[in-house]
Write a protein that binds this ligand. Structure first.
Ligand SMILES: [Zn+2]
Ligand SMILES: [Zn+2]
Length: 245
């Protein structure tokens, strides 16, 4: 099975360090044959790397040169925030279309303050989480639903976050997997959060014949290409369909 890492942040992201070339070198060392650069959009002023004329084109040129040198394929993509429950992304469609892979998942809640007072997180939080996830899956420009559980516990006060993943309603897990399948979207096995995903995600994945993506979500060079934990899940759950990009 080909080793892929389709979620990598470079120094273009305000919270990440590695250069584009360091990423290539590390992927090669880890035996990854296909990667994807997926820097954050949006970014605070001073870190905006996208959107000016030709930014994505320039990146692709740089990539072409590095691909020739290292002999591995790396897509020029982005991890773009979703800004409402209908799956609108924080970038005009014309610019989004320039990317070779677009990943998006829940980072923030467009309509919720969090954590909610008086335990209301429990009632409204999961519904909002689900609504944002469905929006992402319904957007035709999105390729991969990133880290499907990552932001869920952040709905709750810190003291409750450790237990919170267990409160992710089963019906929302099922609907996320069902709609991902219906929309032809891959769901990400994210090395950084795979511990949050219980058997139910994989059972629904099998039931709906889902396609999965794999990503380290590396922000530091040492984690680029570190996706073994994802492939352990592939083996454990007998996953056959990995994204082909
Ligand atoms: Zn993310
Ligand atoms: Zn990320």
């Amino acid at each position: 099975m080909e080793k892929i890492d389709l979620h990598i942040h470079s120094s273009l992201s305000s919270d990440a360090a590695p250069s584009f070339e360091e990423i290539f070198r590390k992927l090669k060392k880890e035996g990854v044959t296909k990667g994807a650069l997926t820097n954050h959009i949006p970014e605070p002023p001073g870190h905006v790397w996208y959107g000016d004329c030709g930014a994505v084109k320039k990146l692709k040129k740089q990539r072409d040169r590095l691909e020739d040198k290292y002999g591995i394929r790396v897509l020029v993509g982005a991890e773009i925030d979703v800004i409402n429950n209908n799956g609108a992304l924080a970038l005009p469609d014309a610019v989004v279309s320039e990317f070779e892979i677009v990943i998006s998942g829940v980072h923030r809640y467009p309509t919720l303050m969090r954590p909610l007072p008086n335990g209301e997180s429990m009632h409204y939080g999961p519904a909002e989480y689900y609504a944002v996830s469905e929006g992402v899956l319904r957007n035709p420009l999105v390729t991969v639903l990133a880290h499907p559980v990552w932001a869920f516990d952040k709905l709750f006060p810190e003291s409750m976050q450790k237990q919170a993943n267990a409160w992710f309603p089963e019906i929302y897990k099922r609907e996320i997997m069902r709609i991902a399948s219906e929309e032809g979207k891959a769901v990400e096995l994210n090395a950084d959060e795979i511990w949050r995903m219980d058997d139910a995600w994989f059972e629904f994945g099998r039931q709906y014949g889902n396609t999965w993506s794999i990503g380290s979500d590396a922000h530091k060079l040492q984690f680029v290409g570190c996706v073994d934990v994802c492939y352990e899940a592939v083996k454990k759950y007998g996953i056959r369909k990995l994204i082909s990009v």
